[in-house]
Structure formats: structure tokens, C-alpha cells
Design a protein around this ligand. Structure first.
Ligand code: CDP
Ligand code: MG
Length: 173
């Protein structure tokens, strides 16, 4: 959500074309302020381990709504584009080979604090550091094959959702 303020009005852009304008000093309400979208992926190892349902159930049980969903098979180039921020790092080549090694499931999640909530449910990148009960702690093989992805911030989420989904593939219900 983008918020612009001048002396009199606050204007909030909520998602694509919905605007709310209220006098300055008046809140939009907690709910609108913290409603977010994020991108998650059940990575090729998660799909191979039959964990698609488990991951989605974990998200749905924790108040996240799946508003976009598809199975894809990333090419090496698509994986490199998706993980462009990691280009040059020691794990980049291996990571992009892994991410293009088989089908994965990409989804758009919506909910209050969706970005941080998704990451809490996933757990730390390295499963040995991940908290008990998190998806990665329970199911990851190692720091690379950690079964699930979640965007790490609002700008990243916007880029990552747009990378795999167009407007017609995201639903309101
Ligand atoms: O996925 P997350 O945001 O937790 O971690 P990241 O630092 O953005 O790294 C992206 C992905 O690269 C991880 O999820 C791992 O699959 C992989 N990675 C790796 O193989 N070795 C590392 N030392 C760090 C990350
Ligand atoms: Mg990341």
C-alpha cells in the first residue's frame, strides 16, 4: 500500500486501482494499513516430497489467502532472473540449477502482515537455524534445498508477483 500525505489529505493507494482519501490525522484503520500480498514458491524439492498441500495448508491455517496459484517449470534463465539479487554469490549457480531442476508451485498470498507471516511460517534459510515447527525446520534437506520461498519485503513482493503473475491470474474472493 502506498500512502501519500499533504497538509490536508492523506491518500492511500491500496492495490492496483483502489484509492482511499481521508483527512490528515484520520487513520484508514489497522486492517488496511497491514494488508499485504507476497509471493511464495513450493520449490522443486518441496514438490518432489509431496509437500504442496502441506505448505498451502500451513499458510491457509494462519490467515493467508491464496489469490493466485500455478505449477510451473522454471528455465535456468527464468530462475536467474528471479534470483537476480543473488547474482555473483557463491551459491547462485547451484541455486538456479536447483530451481530449474523440476516443477515448482508459485502462489500469491494475501493477508494481514502477509510478508512477515509467510517468512515466520517458513523459518530461517538454513534449516538448522530455523525455529521448531517451521516448514524449513521440519522438511528442508539443507540451506539450498529448503522447500519454500517467500518474498522478503514489499518491493521484492511486487517484483516477484509480477514476475510470475499477470493481473488476470490474481483473484479477489
Ligand atoms: O530464501 P531466503 O530469503 O530465506 O534466503 P536468501 O538469502 O534470499 O537466499 C535465496 C535462496 O538461496 C535460499 O532460500 C536458498 O535456497 C539459497 N541459498 C543457498 O543455497 N545458500 C546460501 N548460503 C544462502 C541461500
Ligand atoms: Mg530471499
Amino acid at each position: 500500500m502506498t500512502i501519500k500525505e499533504d497538509k490536508i489529505f492523506r491518500c492511500a493507494k491500496i492495490y492496483d486501482a483502489q484509492y482511499i482519501i481521508v483527512p490528515r490525522g484520520v487513520s484508514y484503520g489497522v486492517k488496511e494499513e497491514i494488508m499485504e500480498r507476497t509471493l511464495s514458491i513450493v520449490k522443486p524439492d518441496g514438490v518432489a516430497k509431496n509437500l504442496i498441500g502441506e505448505v498451502i495448508k500451513r499458510f491457509e491455517d494462519n490467515g493467508l489467502k491464496v489469490i493466485g496459484l500455478k505449477m510451473i517449470s522454471m528455465s535456468k534463465k527464468e530462475a536467474e532472473g528471479f534470483y537476480a539479487v543473488h547474482r555473483g554469490k557463491s551459491f547462485f549457480e547451484s541455486l538456479t540449477i536447483f530451481m530449474s531442476s523440476g516443477p515448482s508451485v508459485v502462489m500469491v498470498l494475501e493477508g494481514e502482515r502477509a510478508i512477515s507471516k509467510t517468512r515466520e511460517l517458513m523459518g530461517a534459510t538454513d534449516p538448522d537455524q530455523a525455529k521448531k515447527g517451521t516448514l524449513r525446520r521440519q522438511f528442508a534437506t539443507n540451506i539450498e534445498r529448503n522447500i519454500v520461498h517467500g518474498s522478503d519485503g514489499p518491493e521484492t513482493a511486487a517484483f516477484e508477483i509480477g514476475y510470475f503473475f499477470n493481473a488476470l491470474e490474481i483473484f479477489k474472493y
